[in-house]
Write a protein of this length. Structure first.
Length: 442
């Protein structure tokens, strides 16, 4: 352990100096830029961006700009990769900017989830640097983030006017802190939108309801003219001890008694551990989507978003969450023959599966059309064959923004190549069932 510690110490000493042995540029107050990135279902056009000026970042204010980063992969259209958030402002040093600026970007991302009903994953700091132009030496920092291969996923084009409408409304509200907190819980719920995570999604939705309760109370004070909780309870026709539950049910959860009861059952059963997990998941699956719709609508209404953008946010395509799950492919088949299905030297039968992107082009609605080929090579025992092969493309979302077409799939067997699947198209199904891309071997 002592030897290992000495190596680390020597390495860090080297990192703190320049190659000629001099120290790094001294840091002083100035203008700094920090860029964070993350995956998102929200897609800006290549020349598009959304900016917020003078956003709080600790004791100072910064300018935050969001855009989508694209890469040239040799296709007709460039490949969208990451949501980038650039934060620019004054800081005492590079370390001060690294500490404050990324949180300003993260604080704005729930706006995407609520205004566009589009999930944004957590943004990570990618790099930061001193942008004070008059200096000849400026400090620089980069966080190593693996790039990986581009992943086909569903996207929704960004409408920046909707983002601004919500941001401006929340910023004007005397309840901006609680509205932002409720939006952050809605964002977390969308991050738990996958199969099996319904209980945690509903738990986040309930915390959003609780965060909004004082905001709903203030709104009802203004509507009824009551000046005390007792007067408000009387105006609503309930006992004082039922005031908060009544506000949650009537104002936030659409006066839907069944939804309110189920959400509270899930939240209490999960928190206090008195309900089996399978029962919790079943209840959560039943109520999640409706509860999310109610909470999102309440955030918009209690923020006093102007009527036109508010109404637009509540109709297609924004009325349904788009999570941006990567498309997932499945292969099904039948192993025909007797004996050990595994090839010699292998423990299990398997299939080597290669995907080749054939084309990627931009569509008129701002999304992308992807076409690809599959090459499937079964590795089986000498007396075995893989037959009745089909390929399926699944996504966890109800509506697609990206269109994906598998042009052909070939199976290589005994040195020969067999065409398996005809040209197939992925389109969203309104009931949310995954489309089935199948094709019998020909």
């Amino acid at each position: 352990m002592a030897g290992r510690a000495e190596v680390v110490e020597d390495t860090m000493s080297t990192l703190n100096t320049e190659p000629d042995g001099s120290t790094r540029p001294s840091e002083a107050p100035g203008t700094f830029i920090a860029v964070s990135r993350g995956r998102a279902a929200a897609l800006f056009p290549e020349d598009g961006e959304w900016s917020v000026r003078g956003f709080p970042a600790g004791d100072a204010k910064v300018d935050v700009t969001f855009r989508t980063a694209y890469e040239d992969r040799g296709f007709e259209a460039r490949v969208p990769r990451w949501l980038f958030a650039e934060v620019r402002g004054r800081a005492e040093s590079l370390e001060d900017a690294i500490r404050r600026f990324p949180n300003a970007a993260r604080a704005l991302t729930p706006v995407f989830d609520v205004a566009l009903n589009t999930a944004v994953e957590d943004l990570e700091l990618h790099f930061a640097f001193d942008a004070t132009l008059e200096r000849t030496e400026r400090a620089f920092f980069q966080n190593f983030l693996p790039d990986g291969q581009p992943t086909l996923r569903q996207t929704r084009p960004v409408k920046a006017t909707l983002l601004s409408a919500l941001t401006d409304a929340v910023g004007r509200s005397p309840d901006s802190v609680r509205l932002h907190r409720a939006a952050a819980h809605y964002q977390q719920a969308l991050r738990f939108w996958g199969l099996g995570d319904e209980t945690r999604a509903v738990g986040q939705l309930w915390m959003g309801v609780e965060a909004l309760t004082p905001v709903a109370k203030r709104a009802q004070f203004e509507r009824t003219g009551a000046i005390s909780p007792a007067e408000l309870a009387k105006a609503l026709g309930v006992e004082l001890k039922q005031l908060d539950p009544t506000l949650r049910r009537r104002v936030i959860l659409g006066d839907d008694e069944q939804c309110y009861k189920t959400v509270t059952d899930v939240s209490n059963g999960f928190e206090h551990g008195y309900m089996p997990l399978d029962a919790l998941r079943k209840l959560a699956r039943e109520v999640r989507d409706q509860a999310a719709t109610y909470l999102r609508t309440a955030i918009l209404d209690l923020s006093n978003v102007p009527t036109a953008p508010r109404n637009e946010m509540l109709v297609s395509p924004y009325d349904s969450p788009l999570i941006g799950f990567p498309f997932t492919k499945y292969l099904r088949g039948t192993i025909s023959g007797s004996g050990d299905p595994a090839a010699p030297g292998q423990r299990y039968p398997l299939v080597e599966w290669r995907t080749d992107i054939r084309s990627l082009r931009k569509t008129d609605d701002g999304c992308h059309d992807v076409q690809w080929n599959e090459k499937i090579t079964p590795r089986m025992g000498p007396q075995m064959q893989m037959t009745k092969i089909s390929v399926e493309l699944w996504s966890g979302d109800k509506h697609t923004g990206t269109r994906a077409t598998m042009k052909r799939a070939d199976v290589e067997r005994d040195g020969a190549v067999h065409d398996v699947t005809r040209s197939l198209q992925l389109n969203g199904r309104p009931d949310g069932a995954p489309p089935d891309l199948d094709g019998e071997e020909q």
